[in-house]
Design a protein around this ligand. Structure first.
Ligand SMILES: [Zn+2]
Length: 798
């Protein structure tokens, strides 16, 4: 059991959006406007930053974020900063949410009042304290008490550039006055009743020449020694005076955020087998509405929450296409008219959207990225709405600009079929057949069934919000946004032309759009759209030629240790570099856009691992080992813990099937004649620690199935009352032999066959209750094993 406990993984993730701010206080300056950006911090560590929005008191960001949180934390905070061109950027407001409160905000979008940023309340970290009361017998024979305080973190000497200082210093305080005791002690405290005393420890960061920065404080009453002679514990650093805010509460405006935080306790694989069995037979259950997967969609208030883990799990087990076909069929049965096909937000359309997002990520990049970059960087004016024209705009010029943009985007799309992933083609193929079966008399439905996804819900959506598809780093500014919206609208229409019986130009509400479309050769467009749809819906699998094109998978600024080993220790061997991972190689550059200084081919990577902090006294470091020089790893420091985690994960992902991957590595570097980790003096010695991810034979796949299964379990578990309600609904339908009973309460459940549905519901509830018991057992064991005051469970955490 102990082994199994170790196998429980606690995985945290955060997803959401920094939407916008409003009512920010005017800036002291001539135009009163502010140039602001937002950051996300885990305690005091910045992990995300938005773009700067210029000159606004209600800036719009619209930036989505998603990341794994690789460590424990207390507060998640969103800061808003004034961009300063001459000095350090200054934060003027924040929204801080305790980790425990995060779940309250899941799946909603709310306004948060901005709080004052007070240096005395910005804290992070913990301190180990040891307190002892000694009795001293003085020369005269009388007894005096001495309080001994030992700190593992203390401001005495300045420990430079470390986040884990070890102070190991002891202070002595004489706490009872004794006139006869003359030896000078370190400190004198004038207090008879030592129980009233309190030890306060403040931690400061030494800033040369400027004011020191407060890091946090702890307060420990001496009376804890009452029963014990010695007390030692870890304490969380807290805000000064426990964060008591000053009376003034200025209105700093507010920030609209959407936050979804998940903390999953992932059990070992075997615990999920019954749940997986139940989910994976879903596509074979008749009717599909009685399957476990469909029921999950029914009971979740936010369908989207269920869609993400479902799609990944089914994809991994190769059950996605049959499942999507089955729910698409259900969706079609509920569609009356061929021209409203797949327009709603059903479980089917959401699952297909998510599938395209997941497996089509690469396809989208190779198809749109370069064209989109050019449009965003040149961004000519394209406004054609007469009501929105600005002074000096020439509508004919704008029209031509827009036409050129649209034509380029349209052309790259209709020529992209060879890059379309096989799985997407299989889904489209199936959609086409289903639509034809449902509407046998409509010759166009086979095109609209596919174009409503590939044009409307994929390319057009990616065009309007390129940042959400990782095609651009940030949400585009207002002007670019408008241009992209116009292009997207046009692309949607051109994409649907192939499926219309007759060109319905007259259906445009806006006459200017109608005029604009006359610029496109109708027959030619229809022909190319139809050809494209036929190509991507053909059942024959094609070679994924898209992979051959060079794609940047991740890039960003890092700090890199010089690779040539210096015999003499040098401070300068860490340099800022631009790290870039493509589907071919990992390389670093002096700056973004500069040629590469060094590169490792992906096929030559044999290990990617973390590097222990003590090695160079730097956090968030990782190493990449190549087959050419395994003893000289590339040592890189990422900007924060989230980035480090992402780099390790993505490099591992692209190199995981390399045949020469190592089984062991050194978690520290080789410095002055030995490996710091194992003290081995042979530079070429094999590693001393097993590589993560197991042996090369069972390398982890890109999808973590246990995690997705755990997510699905949590959703079922959180919705147990609704599962029971659905059970009741099935029961009452059965008894009264008709769905007319209890209409109001049960109307929102799709129950086609109450008996089969009832059976599945019972199976789900049993499986979920069993899993809940395992979680509870683990939780109890864990809470009793981590003692209050230990490093894992420090005092001060509520
Ligand atoms: Zn070692």
């Amino acid at each position: 059991m102990a082994e199994e406990d170790k196998a429980v993984r606690i995985l945290q993730s955060l997803r959401g959006k920094i939407c916008e701010a409003k009512n920010l206080p005017p800036y002291y300056g001539p135009n009163k406007m502010r140039d602001c950006f937002c950051t996300i911090k885990l305690d005091q560590e910045e992990v995300y930053r938005t773009k700067v929005v210029d000159k606004s008191l209600s800036p719009f960001y619209g930036e989505d974020f998603y990341f794994e949180i690789p460590r424990s934390f207390q507060y998640l905070s969103f800061y808003i900063y004034d961009k300063s061109f001459f000095q350090k950027d200054v934060p003027f407001g924040k929204v801080s949410i305790r980790k425990e409160d995060l779940c309250k905000y899941n799946c909603q979008d709310s306004w948060f009042a901005l709080q004052l940023v007070d240096a005395n309340s910005e804290v992070q970290g913990k301190v180990h304290l040891e307190v002892k009361l000694n009795e001293l017998i003085t020369e005269t024979g009388s007894v005096c008490q001495q309080l001994v305080v030992r700190l593992d973190q203390k401001r005495t000497k300045v420990k430079k550039k470390t986040s884990n200082p070890q102070f190991d210093e002891t202070f002595y305080f004489e706490v009872t006055r004794n006139s006869s005791y003359t030896r000078k002690s370190h400190f004198q405290v004038e207090e008879e009743n030592i129980e009233k005393l309190e030890i306060r420890v403040d931690l400061w960061n030494n800033e040369n020449l400027v004011q020191d920065i407060f890091l946090g404080e702890i307060k420990v009453p001496v009376k804890i020694l009452k029963n014990d002679n010695c007390h030692r514990a870890w304490y969380l650093l807290l805000p000064k005076d426990n964060g008591n805010k000053s009376a003034k509460s200025e209105d700093l405006g507010s920030l609209r955020l959407s936050i979804s935080y998940n903390e999953d306790y992932v059990l070992p694989s075997n615990y999920y087998s019954s749940l997986n069995d139940l989910l994976l037979i879903s596509s074979d259950v008749k009717p599909i509405s009685a399957s476990a997967v469909h029921i999950l969609g029914e009971v979740c208030r936010e369908k989207q929450e269920a869609v993400l883990p479902l799609v990944r799990l089914l994809l991994h087990h190769k059950k996605l296409v049959p499942f999507l076909s089955a729910i698409a069929e259900l969706d079609l049965q509920q569609t009356q008219e061929a021209n409203t096909i797949f327009r709603g937000n059903s479980l089917a359309t959401r699952c297909i959207d998510e599938t395209m997002k997941l497996v089509g990520k690469h396809y989208l990049k190779v198809t749109l990225k370069s064209t989109l970059d050019e449009i965003c960087d040149s961004c000519k004016t394209c406004e054609i709405d007469p009501l929105k024209l600005k002074e000096g705009d020439n509508v004919e010029v704008n029209k031509e600009n827009l036409r050129q943009y649209v034509e380029r985007v349209f052309t790259v799309i209709v020529r992209s079929s060879m890059s379309c992933p096989t799985l997407m083609c299989e889904v489209f193929h199936s959609l086409q057949n289903l639509a034809r079966k449902q509407f046998p008399d409509d010759p166009h439905v086979k095109y609209s069934a596919v174009s409503s996804f590939v044009f409307l819900r994929f390319f057009a959506v990616a065009m309007v919000s390129p940042h959400s598809f990782h095609l651009r780093p940030h949400h585009p500014d207002a002007q670019t946004s408008r241009v992209l919206t116009l292009i997207s609208k046009t692309i949607q229409t051109l994409g649907s032309w192939g499926s219309l019986s007759k060109n319905k130009l007259s259906s445009f509400k806006e006459s200017y759009m109608c005029d604009f479309f006359k610029l496109f050769p109708e027959e030619k467009c229809i022909k190319s759209v139809k050809k494209f749809i036929e190509e991507i819906s053909s059942a024959e699998s094609k070679e994924p030629t898209g992979v051959d094109e060079l794609v940047i998978l991740k890039e960003g600024e890092v700090i890199k240790r010089a690779q040539g080993r210096n015999r003499i220790r040098k401070v300068h061997n860490f340099k800022k570099r631009w790290l870039r991972l493509t589907n071919r190689e990992i390389s670093y550059h002096k700056q973004s856009g500069k040629e590469s200084l060094y590169s490792i081919l992906i096929k030559n990577i044999i290990a990617v691992e973390k590097l222990e902090e003590r090695c160079f006294n730097r956090k968030n470091m990782f190493q990449v080992l190549s087959i050419e020089k395994p003893e000289r790893p590339l040592y890189v420091q990422a900007r924060n813990c989230v980035e480090a985690n992402e780099w390790i994960e993505i490099i591992t992902r692209v190199s995981r099937s390399n045949p020469e991957r190592l089984r062991v590595y050194h978690p520290c570097a080789f410095i002055s004649g030995s490996w710091i980790c194992c003290k081995n003096t042979d530079e070429k010695a094999a590693g001393c620690t097993s590589c993560t991810g197991g042996s090369p034979a069972n390398i982890q796949l890109a999808i973590d199935c246990d995690r997705e299964a755990e997510r699905i379990f949590s959703l079922f578990h959180a919705n147990l009352p609704r599962l029971q309600k659905m059970e009741d609904a099935c029961g009452s339908i059965d008894v009264y032999q008709g769905p007319q009973q209890e209409q109001d309460e049960y109307a929102h459940f799709t129950i086609e066959d109450s008996r089969v549905t009832f059976k599945t519901l019972q199976q789900i509830i049993t499986v979920v209750n069993n899993l809940a018991t395992f979680h509870e057992q683990y939780r109890i064991k864990r809470s009793t094993s981590a003692i209050y005051g230990s490093e894992e469970n420090p005092i001060g955490a509520k």
